[in-house]
Design a protein around this ligand. Structure first.
Ligand SMILES: [Zn+2]
Length: 40
């Protein structure tokens, strides 16, 4: 399981080339923020 503010990797990297994401919201759907460019 993931926790809020964990850094996770996705199967596909973001368009900016980074592949680490911070979990910024938990719940029914999880939201993540790209650590490369800051896009959520
Ligand atoms: Zn990005």
């Amino acid at each position: 399981m993931y926790d809020l503010h964990d850094i996770v990797e996705m199967k596909k990297p973001h368009a900016c080339g980074a592949n680490s994401w911070e979990i910024i919201r938990m719940g029914a759907d999880i939201k993540v923020k790209c650590q490369g460019c800051g896009t959520s």
